[in-house]
Design a protein around this ligand. Structure first.
Ligand code: TXA
Ligand code: MG
Length: 367
């Protein structure tokens, strides 16, 4: 595709001025592809009713056409044009989590959207983002905005405008720079079928939070990890290699951290001996125990060309915010061989480990 000029509009994340978003909103209405911040990650937006615009999103990302896009709306009044009135349990989820990082897969109204958005499915994923820039922009554009994460397909999702430009400069019409995104991981994607709510992708809203908001009688089926080759995942996107740095990443798990670190060091030394540049991902010690962190990094320092520290085991929301930036830092360091420790799987930790496992594409060692 030919190089195009990519505009950058810098805006105040909390109080974006309407005039600062006007050009971007006009661009969306015209059919341009424009990236913008949300409370999860940056999205690459296009008018969801305009097939040419949506096609340009797939082209810019290099995204397989069988992977549907999430549609973003500014408020619930836009819902009735896209889907039939929601069931009671779904309404409860909207009340509890919208605006916010929850995508609801709902039956789509025929003809309401470009067929490319739904990749031929009878359903569409919809959410109202909880970010002043995203909501003002969508409201100003006046259309439902299809927006996948604004990365090249397979790369970690962008949590800063610089990440978007690193992947897509020259391929999209512009990016609204509202500073760092919030949660740092994508929305939770869910679908209600009968009396079961299926979590298709874990994310910013946790399983426990969903259970609390649902009426008694609706059960929550957590995301099924690593479906077999014969099984089609319900969220088509979950079958692709994802969120991955360019180097190969291996996760090392074990109850004894000293043993995990020792194993990581050996693997790094062997990669060095093969002539590869190396990297290691560590989660900070709980409670910011400085000495423990320094010791862990110290154990690997001699064998790793780059060490990325990602939030803290004691505050997993910080780890979620920093994960994708940490994964991208391995590319800057040109690391070919990367080892990563795991973090706790409670709360948002489930989504962090889901993304890290995808980045590792099955390379997980349990000691
Ligand atoms: O937080 C987010 O969700 C971000 C921001 C920009 O909103 N967007 C995002 O979009 O992560 P994307 O395209 O990278 O991921 C969308 C996921 C994919 O796994 C896709 O397969 C799934 O949602 N999905 C979309 N529509 C679906 C549908 N109708 N049925 C099942 N899964 C669907
Ligand atoms: Mg994505």
């Amino acid at each position: 595709m030919g190089e195009m000029h990519t505009n950058i509009w810098r805006v105040d994340a909390e109080h974006p001025m309407p005039e600062d978003l006007q050009e971007a909103a006009e661009g969306l209405r015209r059919g341009d592809t424009i990236a913008f911040p949300t409370e999860t990650v940056y999205g690459l937006g296009a008018d969801a009713r305009n097939t040419e615009a949506v096609a340009a999103v797939f082209t810019a990302k290099g995204r397989p056409s069988d992977n549907p896009l999430i549609v973003h709306i500014a408020d619930r009044s836009q819902l009735s044009e896209l889907t039939a009135p929601p069931e009671e349990a779904v309404s409860r989820l909207m009340d509890a989590f919208w605006p916010g990082p929850l995508t609801l897969v709902l039956p789509v109204r025929q003809g309401a959207l470009s067929p490319l958005v739904t990749a031929g499915l009878p359903t569409v994923g919809i959410r109202i983002p909880d970010h002043p820039v995203a909501r003002s922009l969508i409201a100003a554009a006046g259309c439902p905005v299809a927006a996948p994460s604004a990365n090249r397909s397979g790369r970690p999702s962008p949590t800063e405008a610089a990440h978007v430009l690193g992947d897509l400069a020259g391929r999209i019409a512009g990016v609204v720079d509202g500073g760092p995104a919030g949660v740092g991981l994508e929305s939770t994607v869910v679908e209600l079928r009968g009396d079961t709510l299926y979590v298709l992708r874990p994310g910013g809203v946790t399983g426990a939070e969903l259970r609390r908001a649902l009426p008694a009688g609706v059960r929550v089926q957590d995301a099924v990890e690593a479906p077999t080759a014969t099984e089609t995942p319900r969220a088509p996107g979950m079958k692709y290699a994802h969120y991955a740095p360019r180097g190969s990443l291996t996760i090392v798990l074990g109850a004894d951290r000293a043993a995990v670190l020792a194993y990581m060091r050996r693997e790094l030394e062997m990669a060095r001996a093969r002539g590869e540049r190396t990297g290691a991902l560590l989660f900070g010690a709980a409670g910011g125990r400085q000495a423990a962190e320094e010791q862990a990094a110290g154990m690997l320092a001699a064998a790793a060309d780059h060490i990325a520290r990602c939030g803290s085991q004691g505050d997993l929301s910080s780890a979620a915010r920093e994960l994708y930036g940490a994964l991208r830092s391995f590319d800057e360091a040109e690391a070919a061989f990367i080892v990563a420790e795991g973090c706790g799987e409670e709360g948002i930790g489930a989504a962090i480990m889901n993304r890290l496992r995808k980045a590792a594409a099955g390379r997980v060692v349990t000691l």
